[in-house]
Design a protein around this ligand. Structure first.
Ligand code: NAP
Ligand code: HSE
Length: 434
């Protein structure tokens, strides 16, 4: 049996997991792929870095060209992060006649349309199961298993790091910084963890799912994206008191013929399935016009869960399934695209937290601004403030839940609220799932 020779770029968290499975489970992989998979070259930035997996002699290189220019390598597995030089590398791999498997969602979010078109022109294929929701086979399900449906909505937890932080903070009352450091040690976080906690990573994955589910190319600037980085333990405790759990939710749904998209920390009712997703797990609820609601969940980040998805793509490439799937993807320009709902028109209930001075008229000022912007208040919670310490007046958290209102009204109110001298820090806002 002629082996499929592959070159892998990146030997970090995910690349290490792929090598572990390929080398350690060679017999099983050969059976599933119908032929041996030979890891011919692995490119890294720094040859002197300590690695915990031994590769056969001569495999490791610090020259990506050793993969691009090797005519025996048919398949490249692109596991370096970021967009630069990843875009150039991907274009040259495709131009050199190689199919590509990648986990890089930042790259596909920003340059997916260009890379997919380039691959199509050259008769090459790209597979990217690991780019969304780690080990959950969500790409395969959206593209293949649910292909008979018009998907009408996606509601998902797509960032393992954020979910891990929210879970650990709520359960163990650990500080945000300590849990983030642990997520980095466990290999969940991106090289720049700001992308995890500011919502960017989840938004990039939502862009990829939106392309597949709705045939529509959107950019990050077209929808609101907020992360968990301004949340405090007080927010999680207040949510709990009100009967909710906080989750970073990514939503794409058809609404009055338009595509509504957003990523935001969201209060989810305790009894709902998304509220039960713990740690680095992800979950995706996909609703289709024929199938109704479907649920997918599993580990959304980390070495072996992500390597599981990369291996599925490598095997699919070896047997020819990935090429068929790539050929039948309906890319932008090839079918009807949906108009994206303007950001200001998006409707939600909101949770607001103010760190306010405990003085006369402070609450009146807040409610006046909300009222003048047409925002109706559903509930207010303020506990008695702590004693004055060293002559300093500590701020008191004030929690407000609104009725349904628009993102536009909320943004206008926030601009005014954040100018109030009686607030210690900008107002914290979360959506409330209905
Ligand atoms: P990582 O641990 O930082 O590893 C990145 C690897 O790429 C390293 O081996 C690095 O080499 C190599 N590299 C970077 N720039 C290079 C260059 N210019 N030339 C050659 N090699 C280069 O990252 P990771 O966590 O494995 O993530 C890889 C990709 O998978 C990213 O796109 C990420 O978003 C995605 N992803 C990650 C996860 C996860 O749970 N970690 C899950 C899903 C998707 P050195 O080792 O020499 O530094
Ligand atoms: N940093 C990402 C996360 C890795 O935490 O979800 C998986 O894409």
């Amino acid at each position: 049996m002629k082996p499929l020779k592959i070159g892998m770029i990146g030997f970090g968290t995910v690349g290490g997991g792929v090598a572990k499975i390929l080398l350690g489970e060679a017999e099983r992989i050969t059976r599933r792929a119908g032929r041996p998979i030979e890891l011919r070259r692995v490119a890294v930035r720094d040859l002197n870095k300590a690695r915990d997996i031994d590769l056969p002699p001569g495999v490791l290189t610090d020259r990506i060209a050793d993969i691009v220019d090797d005519p025996e390598i048919e398949l490249a597995v692109q596991l370096m992060g970021g967009t630069d030089p990843a875009r150039e590398v991907m274009l040259s791999l495709l131009s050199a006649g190689k199919d590509v498997v990648t986990a890089n969602k930042a790259l596909l979010c920003e340059h997916g349309a260009e890379l997919f078109a380039h691959a199509r022109e050259l008769g090459r294929s790209i597979a990217f199961e690991a780019s969304v929701a780690g080990g959950i086979p969500i790409i395969a399900n959206v593209c293949c298993a649910l292909a008979g449906n018009q998907i009408t909505s996606l509601s998902a937890i797509l960032n393992g790091t954020s979910n891990f932080i929210l879970t650990e903070m709520a359960d163990k009352e650990e500080s945000y910084g300590d849990v983030l450091r642990r997520a980095q040690e466990l290999g969940y976080a991106e090289a720049d963890p700001a992308m995890d906690v500011d919502g960017t990573d989840a938004a990039q994955k939502l862009v990829i799912l939106t392309l597949l589910a709705f045939g529509t190319a959107v950019s990050l600037s077209q929808f609101p994206c907020t992360g968990i980085d301004s949340l405090e333990l007080d927010d999680l405790k207040c949510a709990d008191e009100l009967g909710y759990v906080v989750k970073l939710l990514a939503v794409a749904r058809l609404h009055d013929g338009k595509l509504e998209l957003h990523v935001s920390p969201t209060l989810v009712r305790k009894h709902l399935p998304l509220a039960d997703v713990q740690g680095a797990f992800n979950a995706v609820k996909v609703t289709g016009d024929a199938v109704g609601e479907t649920w997918f969940s599993g580990q959304g980040a980390g070495q072996l869960p992500t390597a599981s998805a990369v291996l599925a793509d490598i095997i699919d490439m070896a047997v020819g399934r990935a090429q068929l799937t790539f050929k039948t993807l309906v890319l932008p320009g090839e079918g009807a695209e949906y108009e994206v709902q303007p950001i200001d028109d998006i409707v939600s209930k909101f949770y607001l937290r103010f760190n306010a001075l405990d003085r006369p008229h402070v609450l009146a000022d807040i409610t006046d601004i909300l009222g003048r912007n047409g925002i109706s208040i559903a509930s207010v919670v303020q506990h008695e403030s702590p004693e004055v310490q060293n002559g300093k007046e500590p701020p008191v958290p004030v929690f407000i839940m609104t009725h349904r209102t628009t993102e536009g009204k909320m943004r206008a109110a926030e601009a005014e609220l954040n100018r109030l001298d009686s607030l210690h820090s900008p107002c914290v806002r979360m959506s409330v799932a209905e």
